[in-house]
Ligand binder design. Structure first.
Ligand SMILES: NC(=O)c1ccc[n+]([C@@H]2O[C@H](COP(=O)([O-])OP(=O)(O)OC[C@H]3O[C@@H](n4cnc5c(N)ncnc54)[C@H](O)[C@@H]3O)[C@@H](O)[C@H]2O)c1
Length: 319
């Protein structure tokens, strides 16, 4: 869609990815940027500088409130659907996961249909693929998922596909690989491996690696992910899913070793047994996103990790 003069609504836009999309949108000729977020994980702080722009509004509310969604959305809007419970939270509270990730997302899809929005960009996940059966995984890789979180993402993808087929709702879905960068949650109940490693390094302790560290992931910097979202909103293609990653694998050993190097600490991790049956191998093919969206990640891992470290130190010093 043409975003010139458009109104853009971000459901779950105060979190990691959403707040970086907002930062990009304020540089665009859009008319209004509305963030709807219940702030269970994201925060007003993530939007501090963006909220200085008079076009940006934050509405504190949940996508479980379908009346709120009907009131917020307007014909012709571009909508980002980002809100979701996190992987580990879905393990611990599966009913809540289905309620939020599936019923909440359905509320958004239904309101988007009723209000005739122009386009939805849905935040899916590479979790739909589960462990890689072949590398790199193309978008045709089977749904080898074994997690509640991944199951909710598959359900939403299918709901969108049905809404498109039966009602013509224009959408695309982005299957993110492992995202990192400034504004990652480091204080909540569910924090990522990278944040746990930094906690240990900052407190002078050796990092902990579960397993032998050979687990391989495709890490992508959050500003690149935000740019993919902007391109996905502007694209004309519909009813498509895209891997959003770098297309390169990095082992946990390599990742933690790089963080140690940047922090000036020796790489002497404690290896502990694997505690979960989550994915151990994930690298996405980037061809489709490059060909149809014109997207390629540009931030090298060392540069992105350095930015993350600097941000985290600053955030730490303000605690
Ligand atoms: N971060 C990653 O590595 C990653 C990887 C794959 C997929 N994803 C998906 O991308 C999306 C964005 O990820 P993120 O890292 O920015 O997550 P995040 O948790 O930082 O942001 C999600 C936001 O949704 C909000 N939210 C949760 N429930 C809500 C509700 N009921 N109503 C309104 N807002 C609600 C949270 O407060 C938060 O601000 C999510 O759907 C996530 O599943 C993320």
């Amino acid at each position: 869609m043409d975003i010139k003069g458009a109104r853009i609504v971000l459901i779950g836009g105060a979190g990691l990815v959403g707040s970086h999309i907002v930062d990009l949108l304020i540089q665009q000729p859009v008319s209004e940027i509305v963030v709807v977020d219940n702030l269970v994980r994201g925060s007003r702080n993530n939007l501090t500088s963006a909220l200085r722009d008079p076009r940006v509004h934050l509405i504190e509310g949940s996508m479980l409130d379908s009346q709120l969604l009907q009131e917020v959305l307007r014909p012709g809007d571009g909508v980002y659907l980002l809100a979701s419970l996190w992987l580990k939270e879905c393990v611990e509270v599966p009913r809540q996961a289905w309620n939020t990730n599936v019923m909440g997302s359905w509320n958004v899809i239904e309101a988007c249909q009723d209000r005739q929005v122009a386009r939805i960009v849905y935040s899916s996940s590479a979790s739909v693929y589960g462990n890689a059966l072949e590398v790199p995984m193309t978008e045709d890789h089977p749904f080898n998922n074994r997690t509640t979180y991944g199951a909710t993402k598959i359900a939403c993808e299918q709901m969108l596909r049905a809404a498109h087929q039966q009602g013509g709702l224009p959408y695309v879905g982005l299957r993110y690989m492992n995202i990192y960068g400034p504004r990652m949650d480091y204080q909540g109940a569910y924090v990522s491996v990278m944040m746990k490693v930094l906690d240990r390094l900052f407190s002078g302790q050796p990092p902990i690696i579960h397993g032998d560290g050979s687990q391989t992931f495709d890490f992508i910097y959050v500003a690149d992910v935000a740019r993919a979202n902007l391109l996905a909103m502007q694209a004309t293609c519909c009813d498509e899913f895209f891997n959003i990653g770098c297309g390169r694998g990095t082992t946990l050993n390599e990742l933690v070793s790089k963080l140690c190097e940047l922090e000036g600490k020796p790489f002497h991790p404690h290896y502990e047994p694997l505690t979960s049956s989550f994915v151990t191998q994930r690298i996405g093919s980037i061809d489709k996103a490059r060909d149809l969206l014109g997207f390629e990640a540009t931030t090298p891992l060392p540069e992105g990790l350095e930015n993350l470290l600097q941000w985290r130190k600053l955030a730490h010093s303000h605690c």
